[in-house]
Design a protein around this ligand. Structure first.
Ligand SMILES: *Cc1c(COP(=O)(O)O)cnc(C)c1O
Length: 370
């Protein structure tokens, strides 16, 4: 059963319909409960708030529908990622991470996995296939990488890693299941920070793990129950609401990003633009093949750190903020966090503003720099 993105998007707001009884609320009720009414034999019922919650389950149902795989929700993207590490990796295992991906998994691995006897190695995303995967227990990829937007071929990584006996985990935060489908390309597990575009309103942290391997997902679920890294019901409720509009927001954001990236590349104040949808992106062809669209993140390099800060601060339709995927466009200079990028490199997250208005505000701020 391979559904199209349109079929998945159309069915999503109706998933609860078949279970509603006459007079039930159509929108998802928020269940705030640590305990449940539980006389006698507890088997088969909601038992305790660390084990199950009806609001998480409804959010997981939407995520599972989009991923076409079982999904387990977590209180943040990092909680999902560390659940994957700690439920799979054992002393003596080797883990491969991207050098240029989201930095917190690398810091976590150095700070906590090394001490458990797990060897952590890194490799740049664009050269991820170089050197093969022999001897690794887990290969963790992030494509396009955040913030540099380098790509690697997920299908090839999965094929070669599996031949070497490694599990493949893909962080799909930047693309969402509407933009890229790592499980369809062979990854064993997907992790994502639903904090970003999935929730989309910058008011909650959330994450999930999805997999079609029942043993892997059972182990992740057991990790959550025993470690207590459970999502809050209210955050789950917010993400459920966000998921209902993800497709329309994502489409607007990605279409606008295509327009904005092309115009930025032609602006005299902009030294370089990194966007997988531009023909000069070193992996443009892979992007068009592997991704359903090219995402809503754009890297742009201005002449100096000062110009970058001035652009971000003076553009009336850009929110100076870290993180991405909100309804508002936002941007930040990544070198302020120590990323290995030029001082004038800005990561911009294109939001839901009408694109011509957004470009008007951006080009006014850029014109003032020339
Ligand atoms: C933000 C982010 C995370 C971490 O998510 P949190 O919800 O902040 O824990 C992981 N991976 C990527 C690619 C991210 O952008």
């Amino acid at each position: 059963m391979t559904e199209t993105p349109e079929e998945r998007a159309a069915a999503l707001p109706h998933l609860r319909r078949g279970r509603l009884k006459k007079g039930d609320p159509v929108p998802l009720p928020l269940t705030m409960a640590s305990i449940y009414h539980l006389p006698g034999d507890p088997a088969g019922f909601s038992q305790y708030g660390r084990f199950d919650n009806q609001t998480w389950e409804a959010t997981e149902e939407l995520l599972a529908h989009l991923e076409d795989a079982e999904a387990v929700a977590f209180p943040s993207g990092m909680a999902a990622i560390t659940a994957v590490f700690l439920s799979v990796l054992k002393s003596g295992d080797r883990l491969l991470l991207p050098t240029d991906g989201y930095y917190t998994p690398r810091v976590f691995a150095e700070r906590f996995l090394n001490g458990l006897g797990i060897t952590v190695e890194t490799r740049p995303t664009a050269e991820f296939l170089e050197g093969g995967f022999a001897g690794y227990r887990m290969v963790f990829v992030e494509t396009p990488s955040n913030p540099g937007l380098a790509l690697c071929d997920l299908e090839k990584v999965a094929r070669e890693a599996h031949a070497a006996g490694a599990l493949v985990v893909a962080d799909n935060t930047t693309m969402t299941p509407y933009g890229q489908r790592p499980l369809d390309l062979g990854a064993d597990m997907v992790v994502a920070a639903d904090t970003k575009a999935t929730n989309g309103h910058s008011d909650a942290l959330f994450g999930h793990v999805a997999s079609r391997d029942p043993a892997l997902i059972a182990s992740v679920r057991e990790w959550r129950t025993l470690s207590g890294a459970i999502p809050g019901p209210f955050e789950a409720w917010l993400v459920h609401r966000g998921l209902e509009t993800l497709e329309v927001r994502f489409e607007r954001m990605c279409n606008s990003a295509e327009t904005i990236a092309e115009r930025l590349a032609g602006h005299p104040a902009v030294a370089a633009v990194s966007f997988p949808g531009l023909p000069h992106h070193p992996q443009h062809e892979l992007a068009r093949r592997q991704m359903l669209c090219c995402g809503f993140l754009i890297g742009l390099t201005l002449a100096s750190a000062e110009n970058a800060e001035r652009f971000i601060d003076t553009c009336s339709l850009i929110q100076p903020a870290t993180s991405f995927g909100g309804v508002h466009s936002s941007a930040e200079r990544r070198a302020r966090w120590g990323d290995a990028v030029a001082p004038g490199f800005v990561r911009m997250s294109v939001g839901c503003e009408p694109v011509e208005e957004l470009w008007k505000a951006m080009s006014a701020a850029l014109d003032a720099l020339v």
